[in-house]
Write a protein that binds this ligand. Structure first.
Ligand SMILES: Cc1ncc(COP(=O)(O)O)c(C=O)c1O
Length: 353
């Protein structure tokens, strides 16, 4: 007998119908004992439907040299080729598309070292939403320029991501704008989940998926989608040892603050975040650290072996696979290249080591 083919289009159409009838905070995946309302797979499917045509279905590629260096069969999901140059556009668009008209008129405020900022600015332009972005002083100039070009107002404040967050909270409190956080946002996690739906469709038969972490929206989404559609696949999260707050929060089982000195902006957070930590708990196979030097080596490997410009955070998953060869050798490994917005100084640094 001929079985009906399961397609993303079919799944998303059903989900879109289901999602509108689901009550807020009662989506599948949330449980009574978990205090934050979690998005479920139905929310990810609804996001895929909402985002169709607004984000790229980025390619998955393999490269002989990456396989040789790692001993694994490496499949790179190229979110460096996503609109805005990073996966963050998916989550921001999904969130802004679900805001009320009145909220859009008052506007949104976000804080970011760059890619979340670009994602929110891109989504704000698409939805006609007023947008202010707080970035720490001295941001990656590529990212700052891109945010301004997208029409957002940029405020530079503080030395770190966490300083920018506090200031953005104050701004939103004063103006009544909707604060768009980087991690404690179910709609952002659901939007980011579309990246993993695509990955599992494009790269069937993965043994393990390796995902970089800053605030944790990517890894939380990966863990959620893997559990729902590819439950045998291991999900390994990676952060920089120079900014280990998410890693340490995961292993401690509580939110902790840590020094935040990674040069890989997307990984540079100083605290764990409640929603994403809650979602990673019990779902991730492991959470590991790599050094900033290993990340720079992986950026160089992307350049020379895969004609790919990866920013530091975008190269962290590959760094983890190169650094733990024995864990991955002989396996089919999905590596998310989450972003390509490297500054000239960053590229120079990785070529000079
Ligand atoms: C390129 C890139 N990769 C990974 C991350 C980490 O993502 P998350 O904050 O969802 O953990 C970020 C965060 O900004 C990023 O910009």
């Amino acid at each position: 007998m001929c079985r009906p083919r399961v397609t993303l289009e079919g799944m998303t159409a059903t989900a879109a119908r289901t999602a509108v009838t689901a009550s807020p905070g009662a989506s599948p995946g949330s449980t009574q004992t978990r205090p934050w309302p979690e998005p479920g797979i139905v929310d990810v499917l609804a996001a895929a439907s909402r985002l169709a045509g607004l984000v790229e279905r980025t390619p998955v590629e393999s490269y002989a040299e990456l396989d040789r260096v790692t001993g694994a069969s490496v499949l790179v999901k190229h979110e460096n080729l996503q609109r805005t140059g990073a996966f963050k556009a998916r989550g921001a668009l999904n969130l802004l598309l679900t805001l009320d008209e009145a909220v859009r008129r008052t506007g949104v405020v976000a804080y970011s070292t760059g890619n979340h900022a670009q994602g929110v600015a891109y989504a704000a332009r698409h939805t006609g939403t007023r947008c202010t972005i707080v970035m720490p002083q001295g941001p990656n100039p590529v990212k700052e320029r891109a945010v301004r070009d997208l029409g957002a107002e940029v405020v530079l404040h503080g030395a770190t991501f966490d300083d920018a967050r506090v200031y953005a909270e104050q701004l939103a409190g004063r103006s009544g704008a909707r604060l768009v956080g980087a991690a404690n946002e179910p709609a952002i996690v659901a939007g980011v989940g579309t990246l993993y739906l695509e990955t599992f469709l494009q790269a069937p038969g993965l043994d393990v998926l390796v995902v970089p972490v800053g605030g944790g929206s990517g890894a939380a989404a990966a863990a959620l989608v893997a559990a729902a559609v590819a439950p045998g696949v291991e999900v390994v999260a990676v952060q920089s040892a120079a900014s280990p707050a998410a890693h340490d929060s995961f292993h401690a089982g509580e939110l902790v603050a840590r020094p935040n000195a990674s040069l890989a902006e997307g990984l540079a957070t100083g605290t764990g975040f409640a929603l994403t930590q809650q979602m990673m708990r019990g779902r991730l196979t492991d959470f590991v650290l790599v050094t900033d030097e290993e990340i720079a080596d992986a950026q160089r490997l992307y350049l020379t072996a895969a004609h790919t410009v990866a920013e530091g955070a975008g190269a962290a998953a590959l760094a983890a696979v190169v650094g733990q060869r024995e864990r991955y050798a002989g396996r089919r490994v999905g590596v998310i290249c989450t972003g390509g917005n490297a500054s000239a100084a960053e590229l120079r640094r990785c070529l000079d080591v």
